[in-house]
Design a protein around this ligand. Sequence first.
Ligand code: 2YH
Length: 267
Amino acid sequence: MTRLITDWIEDIEDTIRDRERDLKNKTGLSYAALAAKVSGCSVSDMERASQQLKVAVVPVTTGLGIIGSFAQSVAAVTKVIGFPSFVTKQTDVNGLHEAYKNSADIVFMADDDRFISINLNKKKMSDNDYATASGYTAALEGAMGSFVGKEILVLGCGNVGREFIRVLKKKGSTFAVHDISGIKLAVARKEDAACVVSPDEIKRYKYIIDATNQGGWLRREMLHPEAWIAAPGIPLSLDQDSYAAFSDRLIHDPLQIGVASMLGLTL
Ligand code: 2YH
C-alpha cells in the first residue's frame, strides 16, 4: 500500500481550486458534486449538511508518523466542499478528545494502513480504499457520460483494485481486470471478473482505471489512442510521454477525490 509523501501533497491547499476546475472540466463534477454523487444525495443536500456539520482531522503519530501537509490537505478538501473544518492541535487519542470537545461531527484520521472518516452522530464510517474506488468510478462516469455499452479495464488487483471490482459489480458495469501477478489475478477471477493476462491487451480498452502503484510503466504505445484514464494509483503509472499525450483525458490526484468521496459516504 502506498504511503503518501509530503512532496506529493504539499501544494494541495494552494492549488485546490485549480484542481477542482480541472476535475469539473473533465467530468462535469466539482468536489461537492462528486461527494453528492457517491453518497446518492443532491448537491443541495450536501450544502445543507455543510451548514450543520463540522469536520476535524486528527494527525496520527503511530507507525511511520505524521506526514507533513497530510491533515491540512484533508481539511482543505472538506473546506472547499463547504464544511467548517479544523486540524486538531493534539495528535492521536488526545486529538480525538480535542475534536470531540470542539463539537466535531465528522472525524478524519489515518495511520500507515488505514484512512477513515467517522460520523460521530450517525455511527457511520467510510474507508479511503472503498471511497477512492467510488469517487474515481463516479468521476470516470462523468467523463464518459455513461457506462452503458462500454467496457472498462481495471489495472491492478491490490486493495484499491479489489474495491473497484466491488463498486463496478454493484453498478452492473462491464469490466475486465489486469494484473502482472497471477496470484492477484486469481483473486479477481474468484470475484467472477474477466481477466486480461497480457499487458499487450491494455491497448484494446478505451476506458482504463489504474489502481497500480509502480509508477512510470504505462507507455504511450500501450494505450488506446483515445483512452480515458482514471488513476488513483500513486506514483502515476503514465511515463512522461504518455502523460503529455493523455493529460487532457486523465483523472488523477494524490488525495482529493478520495477525501471528497469519504466525506460524501460518511453523511
Ligand atoms: O498514506 C497513508 C496510508 N498509506 C493510507 C492507506 C489508505 N488507503 N496514511 C497516511 C498517514 C497519515 C499520518 N499518520 C498523519 O499525518 O496523520
